[in-house]
Design a protein around this ligand. Structure first.
Ligand SMILES: *[C@@H]1O[C@H](CO)[C@@H](O)[C@H](O)[C@H]1NC(C)=O
Ligand SMILES: *[C@@H]1O[C@H](CO)[C@@H](O)[C@H](O)[C@H]1NC(C)=O
Ligand SMILES: *[C@@H]1O[C@H](CO)[C@@H](O)[C@H](O)[C@H]1NC(C)=O
Ligand SMILES: *[C@@H]1O[C@H](CO)[C@@H](O)[C@H](O)[C@H]1NC(C)=O
Ligand SMILES: *[C@@H]1O[C@H](CO)[C@@H](O)[C@H](O)[C@H]1NC(C)=O
Ligand SMILES: *[C@@H]1O[C@H](CO)[C@@H](O)[C@H](O)[C@H]1NC(C)=O
Ligand SMILES: *[C@@H]1O[C@H](CO)[C@@H](O)[C@H](O)[C@H]1NC(C)=O
Ligand SMILES: *[C@@H]1O[C@H](CO)[C@@H](O)[C@H](O)[C@H]1NC(C)=O
Ligand SMILES: *[C@@H]1O[C@H](CO)[C@@H](O)[C@H](O)[C@H]1NC(C)=O
Length: 490
């Protein structure tokens, strides 16, 4: 990144101007991926669980897919010692945190820890407010690579963006002062509009109350429908609610600092397979961090197949680091038991010029859904002075990003350790250690593009049959039809 010092005209102020600005600390150019203890285990954490999970991340090929942070959430300490440093719970972690972290590193994984910008953590363990530098120094001395920083017991230091910014910035500065690269994941639940200010101090920031393992059930403890100005974020937020809260603020997602839609529930049994497919797809599509939140030691083949779809992860790890835009959303009559029923079209332009389309059917019946070229490319036609989008006279090959989903048999082999190494031409598996997503996308790596299923004619309509509570996820690649004509013109 090139930084130029410029003088803002007439102000006499020197401003660090960063063209194409990226991460404030150089970390997290694409969203973090990994595993976190909370959704599946809450406070029931220990060394054995973490080491077994580290082994599974490697043996299930998840590390090679990019899931390389192992994150210990709340409930790991017992208090502070006489010099004010946090002390780990030696019943849960008998060999100490430093030894655990060094073993996790030996698997090629990075280690994340948790605290709160408050007097206590949410589980009422000691928080870091007022102890920021001591805590950051201790974590750095242990080899910590990641901090999830919660918002409980914040002593009233919230309610305006400035109060929240200042409180979270103390830890940002403390982490930086350790000299160790530590990914800073703010968990202030979207309060005080972090999408407006967090990118200068953090690598990701939660934009809603806590997720729960439900696709659509409304819960009064998650009161906001809009992320902007939500002053009481709460918890028990459904997948559909969090997704819709992203519609207005996704525009703030950028390389180095991502809107965090909270950890994945895939595998925790509260949703159907197609609901988990939709949850995972949309979290990936919106460039949310992808943090697995289930027990890997009892993962089913079907859920491994969802978490392992390389064509979907490639959306998340695309160098464009953007979020999808909701083009339309309509209520439908076939509602679920909670009276929820809607359909939506989401689109995003990728780094290589491809367009990706999600047709979300959150209705209770299977239906034919239509995405017209006009809706898909509305932004291309309205930027600057209005022109008809060039895309309306172009053809696109349509790739279904779930058509090559790994089968139960192959997933079963991975789970029982009898699978082959990942082949370069695999359609179902990918090794991003060998070829990064950015390079694989440039090279048209088979596993990243799903399956070609048809063609969108110029100005036409993409029509797909989408099951109830499911989605269609497609990548559109321009057909290089103009090359011949150009040659003719010579
Ligand atoms: C560690 O935690 C796991 C998950 O909660 C639990 O099943 C296991 O019994 C615990 N082991 C020890 C030694 O505490
Ligand atoms: C407190 O913990 C820190 C970090 O582990 C250690 O360096 C220090 O000696 C401890 N102080 C006391 C009084 O035990
Ligand atoms: C600290 O911040 C500076 C400037 O923001 C950045 O260049 C540097 O990489 C950061 N260092 C660490 C260890 O985060
Ligand atoms: C939703 O669809 C399912 C499956 O067809 C059906 O069993 C259920 O009764 C429907 N729910 C409502 C509220 O109509
Ligand atoms: C999609 O288009 C078809 C054909 O015009 C129509 O029958 C169908 O109702 C449309 N679906 C929706 C959800 O608008
Ligand atoms: C591993 O899983 C595959 C596919 O499910 C199965 O055919 C095979 O028998 C299993 N092998 C062992 C050793 O469990
Ligand atoms: C991948 O390549 C191997 C050997 O080059 C070949 O046998 C196999 O059929 C190929 N698989 C696919 C899915 O193309
Ligand atoms: C992935 O690629 C790396 C680097 O080439 C290699 O060390 C590793 O064994 C591969 N993993 C799998 C599961 O194929
Ligand atoms: C990848 O595929 C696109 C679209 O078909 C094509 O334009 C491009 O040349 C291909 N790139 C490589 C390296 O094969």
């Amino acid at each position: 990144m090139r930084i130029a010092a410029v003088i803002a005209a007439g102000t006499g102020l020197t401003i660090a101007y960063a063209p194409g600005a990226t991460s404030y600390n150089g970390l997290n150019l694409t969203p973090q991926m990994g595993w976190n203890t909370w959704n599946a285990f809450q406070c029931n954490v220990n060394e054995t669980l973490l080491l077994n999970t580290a082994k599974s991340l490697v043996s299930l090929g998840l590390k090679e897919l990019g899931y390389d942070y192992l994150i210990l959430d709340d409930c790991w300490s017992t208090g502070r010692n006489d010099s004010g440093y946090l002390v780990e719970d030696t019943v849960k972690f008998p060999n100490g945190m430093k030894s655990l972290i060094s073993q996790v590193h030996s698997y090629g994984l990075k280690f994340g820890i948790y605290s709160s910008a408050g007097l206590y953590t949410c589980g009422r363990y000691p928080g870091s407010l007022g102890y920021e530098q001591k805590d950051a120094d201790l974590w750095a001395s242990w080899g910590v690579d990641y901090l999830k920083y919660d918002n409980c017991y914040n002593q009233g230091q919230s309610g305006t963006p400035k109060l929240s910014f200042d409180r979270y910035n103390v830890m940002s500065k403390a982490l930086n002062a350790t000299g160790r690269p530590i990914l800073y994941s703010m968990c202030n639940w979207g309060q005080d509009n972090p999408f407006d200010w967090a990118y200068t101090i953090a690598n990701s920031y939660r934009m809603s109350g806590d997720i729960y393992d439900s696709f659509s059930r409304p819960d009064p403890r998650c009161p906001c429908d809009e992320a902007i100005g939500c002053s009481f974020a709460g918890y028990h937020c459904s997948v559909l609610k969090i997704l819709n809260m992203m519609a207005s603020i996704g525009q703030r997602t950028q390389s180095g600092s991502f809107n965090d839609m909270d950890m994945l529930e895939v595998g925790n049994a509260g949703m159907t397979d197609s609901e988990y497919v939709t949850h995972f797809s949309m979290w990936a599509f919106m460039s949310s961090p992808l943090l697995i939140g289930t027990n890997l030691l009892s993962l089913s083949p079907g859920n491994l197949a969802i978490l392992s779809n390389p064509a979907v992860i490639a959306l998340n790890q695309d160098p464009s680091a953007g979020a999808a835009v909701r083009k339309w959303r309509y209520p439908v009559a076939d509602t679920d038991e909670y009276g929820i029923g809607e359909i939506a079209l989401w689109t995003r332009t990728m780094d290589n010029g491809d367009s990706v389309v999600a047709l979300v059917n959150a209705g209770n019946a299977s239906r034919s859904m239509n995405a017209t070229a006009k809706d898909l490319f509305i932004d291309q036609g309205t930027s600057g002075t209005y022109t008809v989008a060039a895309e309306l006279s172009e053809e696109f090959d349509i790739y279904d990003l779930w058509a090559n989903r790994m089968g139960e048999a192959e997933a079963g082999q991975i789970l029982n350790g009898t699978a082959e190494v990942v082949a370069m031409n695999s359609t179902t598996r990918y090794n991003s250690t060998r070829v990064s997503y950015a390079d694989g996308l440039k090279a048209n790596a088979t596993a990243l593009f799903g399956k070609k299923i048809g063609r969108l004619s110029a100005g036409g309509t993409l029509t797909a049959t989408v099951d109830r509570r499911s989605l269609g996820l497609f990548r559109l690649r321009k057909v290089e039809g103009n090359k011949l004509r150009k040659r003719d013109e010579l």
